[in-house]
Design a protein around this ligand. Structure first.
Ligand SMILES: [Fe+2]
Ligand SMILES: [Fe+2]
Length: 270
């Protein structure tokens, strides 16, 4: 099974390069992924002219299943409303059958209007948990902001405000992969049974610790998850090849020392 992960497109920005995006999409289409995740910052400022342009470019993705979430740049200037008009719901739960596997995808808008900082928000926790309840093969969580600090990005300011609670929640849900963007630095953190996989910026020259635009190709089988970093029109390198199953003493899904009362009604039940 193959997942393509791209993010930080920044259509309309000063350092946006449409040739990079087109190269990346052509390469992704050639690779024929089962699922494509576009992990936020589709536009540079959320403006009304940037959304149709982003949609038009991203429509070239040939994959049947494409999951989008907004990023902090998309939520600027009331862009979160234009996002909904253009790409649909900002939060999404999906059950997919891909390559013979049952996949649960929970994608959450971690942005807040006109802030660079992100938050998942406790009102989402029950909804997230429910989205992962019936997925035997693979659980994917998608949000724009990162849950762990990313090296090579300067001073850490934008990790989601409730990162600790969300990491514990995702571990309890036995999530396999967390796919994020935001810092424009490709990086993988293996944490407590999960791989937190971050894509770089696919189509801008807003670069930090990693000097080239990039997206990820993630290959999965029953035993391994391997992540390949791809430079549009350029080189490729491995971001790691990991075992699917973590030893119980490292993933430790039930070792959380905090006690939590059962949650009340969740948003989806209103
Ligand atoms: Fe970005
Ligand atoms: Fe961002």
């Amino acid at each position: 099974m193959l997942i393509a992960q791209l993010s930080d497109v920044h259509v309309g920005g000063g350092r946006y390069r449409d040739d990079l995006l087109r190269d990346a999409i052509a390469e992704i289409n050639d690779a024929g992924p089962d699922l494509v995740v576009v992990a936020g910052d589709l536009t540079d400022d959320g403006y009304g002219d940037q959304y149709p342009a982003a949609k038009e470019e991203l429509a070239a993705l040939a994959c049947e299943h494409v999951v989008y979430v907004p990023g902090n740049h998309d939520a600027r200037n009331v862009g979160y409303l234009r996002y909904e008009e253009t790409f649909g719901s900002r939060d999404r739960r999906m059950q997919l059958r891909l390559d013979g596997r049952e996949i649960a995808v929970v994608a959450v808008d971690s942005s807040k209007p006109d802030l660079d900082e992100g938050e998942i928000g406790r009102e989402h926790y029950g909804w997230i948990e429910e989205g992962f309840r019936h997925a035997p093969n693979l659980r994917l969580f998608v949000c724009h902001h990162h849950l762990m600090p990313i090296p090579g990005t300067g001073r850490e300011r934008n990790q989601v405000l409730d990162a600790g609670d969300v990491l514990a929640l995702l571990r309890r849900c036995e999530v396999d992969l967390v796919l994020s963007g935001h810092r424009h630095v490709p990086y993988v953190w293996p944490v407590a049974g999960m791989l937190l996989v971050h894509s770089g910026t696919v189509s801008t020259l807003r670069l930090r610790g990693f000097p080239e635009p990039a997206y990820n190709l993630i290959r999965l089988d029953d035993e391994r998850i391997s992540i390949e970093l791809c430079v549009p029109g350029g080189g490729r390198r491995s971001l790691g090849d990991y075992r699917r199953e973590w030893p119980e003493d490292l993933s430790a899904p039930n070792s959380d020392p905090f006690s939590r009362p059962p949650r009340g009604p969740i948003l989806a039940d209103d």
